[in-house]
Each structure stands twice: as C-alpha cells, then as structure tokens.
Design a protein around this ligand. Structure first.
Ligand code: GLA
Length: 403
C-alpha cells in the first residue's frame, strides 16, 4: 500500500466513516432493531492533545483538540424500565433501570449506563432507553473513544430532559460516570475536549478554573499536518500506573506545600529537589509541562505553529524520562517521526500504549509515515496506524438524515 494511502487511512477499516454516513447507518440500525424512530441523534468526537499531559488532575493546563472522528448515538426514551443498548459492531445488551448504577453494569454498556446514572444523580429523571451507537473513533488507541460515547449519551439525555446544561457541567457529569461507574480515576481532559472544542481550534483549558479559550490550530493553512501515530498496543498496567502517578503528584504537592502541582514553577521544583527526593521527576514533569502548554498557547495565538514543534518533543522526553509513562512502541513512533523530519512529536494520553501526535510539514507526511512503519517493523512491534487529523468541532445534536 502506498504510504500516502496509509497516511490518509483510506486503505484501513478505521478510515473515517464521515459523520453523515455514520449517522445514516446508526439511524437505519435503530429503525431495524426497534421498529421505530429515535427521539434524536447526537455525536461527540474523540480527542487528541497537542500538549499538556498529566496536567489535568494537577489543576494545570492543556491544549487538546477534537478529532474529525466521532461517536454517533440514536436515543429514544422508553415508558418502561428497560434499557436496550447496541452498537453497529456489538450485539445487544439489555438492562433494567435498577442495574443502571455503579457495580450494576460492566463492559462497554457502562459507557452508556454511566452517564445515565450520573445524570440521574444530577437530577435528570431516569427512564428506560433504546440506544444504538456507531463510531469511527479508533478504539483502544488512546483517542478517548470511551469518553466520546459517554459525552454523546450525556448530551442526548440532557437535551431530552430539556436542560441545555452548560458544557463544563456536563463534562463533570461524564467524569463522574467514568470515575464511579466505569471505575477509571481520570481527569477532565477528554470530556472538556469532546464537549467544548471548535473546528480549526485547539482548546486551552485551565483545569483549576475550568475556563476555556479557543486558539487557532489550522495546520493546513501553514503547510503543515497533524498526524496521529497509533502504536496499536495497550499495555495491561495502564489503570494502576495512572492512579499511581496521580498519588505521586498529590504527594509532591504536599511536600511543596501547595494545593496542587499547578502552583509550582520549574524553579520551585528545582529548589525543593532535596525535599522531594523520589518525587522530584514527577513534580518536574508537571511544572515543566504546564510551562510548555502556556508557551504553546502563546505561539498559537501568534499563529506560529512551527515553533510549537520543539515543545512537543520536550514534552515527550519529560513523559518518558521523568513521569515514566511511555513505552518502547511510543518511543519508536516518536523517534522515527522526529528522525524523518517531524517538527515535533509526543505521546498522548495516559501512556503505556495508545497514540502519539506529530506535527509535520505537509510535504514530509509520506516520509514520516514510511519511517514510523519501518521502525516498528525493525523492532518487531505491531504495525502502527498513521492518521492525518483535522481539529474539529465538539459534541452536538444532529439533524435526522433523510433516508
Ligand atoms: C487520560 C485521562 C485524562 C488525562 C490523560 C493524561 O487520557 O483520561 O484525564 O489525565 O490521561 O493527560
């Protein structure tokens, strides 16, 4: 397969289905499975993160953006207490309303039941539901497909209850769903990106105040491209290590005598090196990463995307060496991209697998793709998937497509 095709993903089953196509398929499946019409269709995108990793739960900063790939859900409220969930790919799960609670549901159904429970806790009367979902967000690639499912369902149920909740409020509801029902101690990065992002922009988030701002991120206008490099590995210890890093960060903040690592500058951390001991690298990562995010935000504001490249590479080095959340497969795609002329590259998300992001000149996309695939082949790693992504808009209600 020619590298250019790989780069655009056109040869791969994970190629973007396109929102309209996906919506039509979800609607057709809903009609076929329920014999009726949904109350509506909603979509929520997966996310990438330009920079700002493991900063969200430290009340720091990040610059995520929404992918041009999303989850689409068709939802209908039922008069009884049955909850019927299915997706284009997976068969039906049937629950009773009484099961829609922490511990009552496992597997992918928790991503649908979780927001229903969290919204009920938030005052939205729970009803039976028919839900059919489809997605072209690669699953298990660290692109927050699970947050996208939960955001789409939460937006649907909030809309159907006529609430029109503030998006930040909804992001917190979805975080509660993931923390309590799914059981993952995640921060707010993924939900904020999926719910707040705007097309052609990165989303600047301050995780203390939850203030957001939109900063231009239109790589094509600058002759550049953003690539997602999916390693296609997910190492088993992800959740445990994530929780461990959170605890280490909290411990480091206590040693520094600050409410959260967000309040420590790189100089504060360096000055407290002796007292921090083993916690020094973790604190150094967070303080340094926050500083890099603020520098990147200023560059985006000025329209100087090229200058963001070195910040991405510095972020990766810090995640690899200080926070120690990378893995050989991520280091391989990042190293190969840099070696083939990428302006910068870094792992994204929690770590230990999933995807990296690379900023490259449009003319170098093919060379970077070839290098990333060759490096993986040489080391006997699974073949990475290289996808060109375009910062897109956050979650929304869709018009029912004409069939
Ligand atoms: C995962 C979590 C996010 C965030 C990142 C690391 O994606 O879901 O909340 O902590 O890891 O930046």
């Amino acid at each position: 397969v020619p590298p250019a095709d790989r780069a655009t993903g056109t040869d791969h089953p994970l190629a973007p289905a396109g929102e309209a196509g996906l919506a039509r398929r979800v609607l057709a499946a809903f009609r076929e499975r329920t014999g009726g019409e949904p109350d509506g269709l909603w979509r929520a995108p997966g996310r990438a993160n330009l920079i700002g990793e493991h900063t969200d739960y430290n009340e720091g900063f990040a610059l995520p953006f929404a992918l041009d790939r999303s989850v689409v859900v068709a939802v209908r409220r039922r008069p009884d207490d049955l909850v019927r969930l299915s997706s284009l790919g997976v068969g039906e799960v049937r629950l009773r309303l009484a099961d829609v609670r922490p511990g009552g549901v496992t597997g992918w159904a928790a991503y649908v039941a979780g927001p229903a429970w969290a919204l009920a806790e938030d005052g939205v009367a729970a009803t039976g539901l028919d839900v059919v979902l489809g997605s072209d967000v690669p699953v298990g690639a660290g692109l927050s497909s699970s947050a996208a499912v939960q955001c789409a369902v939460a937006l649907a149920l909030d809309d159907l209850a006529g609430r029109g909740s503030d998006r930040t409020h909804l992001a917190r509801v979805v975080q509660r769903s993931e923390n309590v029902v799914v059981g993952a101690p995640v921060g707010l990065l993924d939900q904020m990106a999926s719910l707040h992002a705007r097309r052609g922009n990165a989303l600047g988030v301050d995780f203390r105040t939850l203030a957001v701002r939109h900063l231009p991120l239109r790589p094509a206008d600058a002759g550049l491209a953003l690539l997602v490099l999916d390693t296609r590995v997910a190492h088993a210890h992800v959740t445990g290590s994530y929780a461990e890093r959170r605890r280490a960060c909290e411990a480091a903040a206590r040693v520094l005598g600050v409410p959260a690592l967000r309040d420590a500058t790189p100089a504060d951390v360096a000055a407290a090196a002796g007292r921090l001991g083993d916690l020094l690298p973790v604190a150094r990562h967070v303080a340094g990463e926050d500083a890099r995010v603020l520098a990147a935000a200023a560059l985006l504001q000025r329209g100087d995307l090229v200058a963001v490249g070195p910040l991405l590479s510095a972020s990766h080095a810090s995640l690899r060496d200080d926070l120690a959340v990378s893995c050989p497969e991520l280091d391989s795609v990042v190293g190969a991209a840099a070696g083939a002329g990428a302006l910068g590259a870094r792992m994204m998300g929690g770590g230990f697998g999933g995807s990296a992001v690379a900023l490259v000149r449009a003319d170098d996309v093919a060379a970077v793709t070839v290098a990333v695939l060759a490096a993986a082949r040489e080391r006997g790693f699974p073949e990475p998937q290289v996808i060109t992504v375009h910062p897109d808009r956050g979650a929304s209600r869709l018009r029912l497509p004409a069939s």
